[in-house]
Design a protein. Structure first.
Length: 285
């Protein structure tokens, strides 16, 4: 008697992202970096302190960070000031700086007995694993985040990677430098990775004040306001995508149209609005 082939019945599993915060992870703030370093120094955890400092300075992906070798950061018995690592995703090298504090923590970790005879900078606990895994690195990052009272689901390994480049972009606005530091091949990838468009949109939205008689845009010089309908016609951002430069079209009260090339969309919006207000006030005098 033949046995019929019955379909395989599998138990239903809950969704992997149920109850979790998914999407882009937040970068660590300077106060978070300081708090984690202090805790690791007080605990005398030389490996984690060196790993954390190197992750901040190198801005590498987790898969490249865990595979770092001793020869990548050491030459002639001294820690290099600059290093280069071949990225596994793009197969292209990326250079990064090693700060003085990171060099001191790595040198202290190199003198540890666990590093004797190790080829890799972060050796594994078992002989079959030459270095720590990316999953183990993710658990270490989670412990760092939870030790300072942050929500573990909102931060991850990319939070450490984005920490330094986020501060660089906020202070300089240079996306080209950030692209080189992250090792991205396209500028669009850097824009999406940093969430630049969202941050600039929020900055523009904060400059808009809603009142009973219509939306107002308030200037810093005169302190006066103009209706949002006129501002929307006069100052229009033609391309708000964050690239090396932004082209902004401006139309004054006389109908003359000018094209400005500025460094960032926020500066383009502020400059266009400010020029229009000056020309509008001079025309009304």
């Amino acid at each position: 008697m033949e046995t019929p082939n019955l379909p395989v019945i599998r138990a239903l599993r809950p969704a992997w992202n149920k109850g979790r915060i998914v999407g882009q992870k937040r970068p660590l703030k300077p106060k978070h970096v300081w708090a984690i370093r202090i805790r690791l120094e007080l605990a005398e955890n030389h490996r984690d302190l060196a790993l954390f400092n190197m992750a901040i300075d190198s801005k590498l992906r987790g898969c490249d960070l865990v595979k770092m070798k001793v020869v990548d950061v050491m030459a002639s018995g001294q820690i290099k000031e600059r290093a280069s690592v071949l990225q596994s995703k793009t197969q292209k090298p990326v250079r990064f700086e090693i700060s003085e504090g990171t060099r001191a923590s790595v040198e202290k970790w190199m003198n540890d007995e666990l590093m004797v005879g190790s080829e890799y900078l972060w050796p594994g606990r078992f002989h079959e694993r030459l270095h720590i895994s990316t999953r183990q690195y993710a658990r270490i990052v989670r412990d760092w985040v939870m030790s300072i009272g942050l929500e573990a689901s909102a931060y991850g390994t990319h939070s450490v990677r984005r920490t330094k480049v986020t501060q660089i972009y906020k202070k300089t606005g240079n996306l080209g430098a950030v692209q080189l530091l992250l090792g991205h091949t396209k500028m669009d990838s850097t824009v999406r990775y940093l969430g630049v468009e969202l941050e600039d949109a929020l900055a523009i939205a904060e400059a808009i004040e809603i009142k009973t008689n219509g939306p107002f845009v308030r200037t810093a010089q005169t302190g006066r306001s103009a209706t949002g309908q006129h501002a929307a016609v006069a100052a229009r951002i033609s391309d708000i995508r964050c690239k090396r430069s932004v082209r902004t079209s401006l139309t004054d009260t006389s109908g003359t149209k000018r094209v400005l090339t500025l460094a960032s969309p926020v500066a383009a919006f502020n400059q266009a609005a400010q020029d229009w207000f000056i020309s509008h006030q001079s025309a009304n005098v």
